[in-house]
Ligand binder design. Structure first.
Ligand SMILES: NC(=O)c1ccc[n+]([C@@H]2O[C@H](COP(=O)([O-])OP(=O)(O)OC[C@H]3O[C@@H](n4cnc5c(N)ncnc54)[C@H](O)[C@@H]3O)[C@@H](O)[C@H]2O)c1
Length: 393
C-alpha cells in the first residue's frame, strides 16, 4: 500500500488529538494511503522525544524549518498557535507538500489570504481541521439539508460557549493578539461559522450588530507551558500582562439564501463547558445540534400534520445511514471527541489519493471564507456598523 510520511508541527492539545487520529485511522478505516507517523516537532522544553515515544512517532525534532523541508516528509500537519500557521504552511507549500492546518486558518486575514494564494500557485492540496464537520450528526445535518428536508432556510442560531477562562487562568498564548489573532472569536466562532456554512451550503453576505468584549483585561503572567488541554497545567508567575483579545464576540448575519443568523462565542459562560450548538429552521423543518450530546441530531419535520409534529432525537450511530460510523462500533455504542479527528484524517487521505471525502472537507480557500466572516464581524464591532462581506477580501 502507498504510504505518506507525516510531520506533526506542535505537540499540545491538538498535537495529542492529531497523533491519536494518525495512529488510529488505518486501523478503523480502509485508507487508500497509509500514514506513517514520521516526526513530531515540539519545543525543547516540551521533551518531544518523550511525546514521540508515547504517541508512536518515529522521530522527534526541535527544528520545524528543517523538518518541513526534509525530503522524507510527505504531509505537513500544523497544530501550533495561530500566528505560526502561515509560516509553517508557507514552508510546506514552498517545498511542494500538502498541508493540513488547524483552525482558524490563520491569526489574521492577510496571513490567510497569503496561504490561499501560495497553495493555489503551487497547486498543493490543503486541509483545515474543522473537525466538527466530521461528527456523524453534523454530516447528517448537511445531508438532510441537501436532500431538501428543511425547505427554505430562514433562521440560523449558533453559539459556542465555554467557561474555563476565569481570573485564575494566566496569560496563555490564547489571550495574546500577536499569537492568537483573536480570542473566543477565532477559537470558537470559527467553528460555528464553518458548521452552518457547511450544513446550509450558503455563504454569509452581511454582518450587523457585532459586540466584542474583554472582561478580564490583565492576567497573571504564565510560567512554563500548558500541558495539553487548553489551560490545563498552566501555572502563574510573578507579575501581570495585558489581555489583547476578546473574551466574547456576538454578531448577527445574513446568509446568501436569505436566512438571518445569530452567533455567540464565549469563554466565561459559566455552566457551559463546551456547549457548541446550532439550530437551523427552514420552511419544511428544523435541526438542532449540541456537541455535548454529539451522537444525537434533533430533527423537526414540519410537513407532518400538527397532530404528530414534534422533535425527534436521532441517534446518529447507524452504519450505512450515518457518515463514518460503519467504521466504528455497533448502533448506539457511542463515539466521542477524538473520533471527529480520525474521521478527518481518513478524508484527508482519501483526497490525497484523488478520492472524494465522505462529506466536503475544507481547504485553505474554504477556511478563508470563514476567516472573512470573522474579520467582518470584528470590523462591525469596532466601527459599530453593518459590514457587507464584499468589503472584506
Ligand atoms: N479543532 C479544534 O477543535 C481545536 C481545538 C483546540 C485548538 N485548536 C487549534 O489548534 C492550534 C493549537 O492549539 P492547542 O490547543 O493545541 O495549543 P497548545 O498550546 O496546547 O499547543 C501548541 C503547540 O505549539 C507549540 N508552540 C507554541 N508556541 C510556539 C512557538 N513560538 N514556536 C514553536 N512552537 C510553538 C507548543 O510548544 C505546543 O506544542 C491552534 O491553532 C488552535 O486554534 C483547534
Amino acid at each position: 500500500m502507498e504510504t505518506i510520511n507525516v510531520a506533526l508541527i506542535g505537540q499540545g492539545f491538538m498535537g495529542r488529538t492529531h497523533s491519536n487520529a494518525w495512529g488510529q485511522v488505518s486501523k478503523f478505516f480502509q485508507t487508500p494511503i497509509k500514514p506513517v507517523m514520521h516526526t513530531v516537532f515540539g519545543q525543547e522544553e516540551e521533551d518531544p522525544r518523550a511525546f514521540a515515544d508515547n504517541w508512536g512517532w518515529q522521530n522527534a525534532s526541535t527544528n520545524w524549518e528543517e523538518l518541513v523541508a526534509s525530503a522524507q516528509i510527505g504531509l505537513v500537519d500544523v497544530v501550533t498557535p495561530n500566528f505560526m500557521h502561515a509560516p509553517v504552511a508557507r514552508a510546506a507549500i514552498a517545498a511542494g507538500k500538502p498541508c493540513s492546518c488547524e483552525k482558524p486558518i490563520a491569526g489574521t486575514l492577510d496571513d490567510a489570504r497569503e496561504m490561499v494564494e501560495a497553495a493555489k500557485a503551487a497547486k498543493v492540496k490543503t486541509f483545515v481541521w474543522f473537525n466538527y464537520r466530521r461528527c456523524p450528526a453534523v454530516g447528517l445535518a448537511h445531508q438532510l439539508v441537501k436532500q431538501g428536508k428543511l425547505g427554505e432556510i430562514r433562521h440560523v442560531r449558533a453559539a459556542y460557549l465555554q467557561d474555563w477562562a476565569d481570573e485564575s487562568i494566566p496569560l496563555l498564548w490564547r489571550f495574546d493578539k500577536s499569537l492568537a489573532g483573536s480570542g473566543a472569536h477565532g477559537d470558537l466562532n470559527a467553528h460555528i461559522v464553518d458548521m452552518p456554512r457547511f450544513v446550509t451550503g450558503q455563504e454569509i453576505t452581511e454582518i450587523a450588530g457585532a459586540i466584542a468584549e474583554t472582561f478580564i483585561k490583565q492576567r497573571k503572567l504564565m510560567s512554563g507551558t500548558a500541558t495539553g488541554g487548553i489551560a490545563a497545567g498552566a501555572e502563574s508567575a510573578q507579575g501581570t500582562g495585558k489581555v489583547t483579545v476578546d473574551d466574547t464576540v456576538l454578531f448577527l448575519a445574513r446568509f446568501s439564501g436569505g436566512a438571518v443568523a445569530s452567533f455567540e462565542a464565549a469563554r466565561q459562560a459559566t455552566g457551559n463547558q463546551n456547549r457548541n450548538t446550532f439550530e437551523i429552521n427552514g420552511t419544511k423543518g428544523s435541526l438542532k445540534f449540541n456537541f455535548e450530546r454529539m451522537n444525537e441530531l434533533e430533527y423537526y419535520d414540519a410537513t407532518l400534520s400538527r397532530a404528530v409534529q414534534g422533535w425527534t432525537t436521532i441517534m446518529c450511530t447507524h452504519g450505512g445511514d450515518h457518515p463514518y460510523v460503519a467504521n466504528w462500533w455497533p448502533d448506539a455504542h457511542l463515539i466521542g471527541y477524538e473520533h471527529g479527528f480520525t474521521n478527518q484524517a481518513y478524508d484527508i487521505l482519501r483526497v490525497l489519493a484523488g478520492e472524494e471525502p465522505t462529506v466536503p472537507i475544507p481547504d485553505f480557500e474554504d477556511a478563508y471564507q470563514t476567516q472573512r466572516v470573522l474579520e467582518a464581524s470584528l470590523l462591525s464591532a469596532d466601527q459599530r456598523r453593518p459590514v457587507n462581506l464584499e468589503e472584506v477580501k
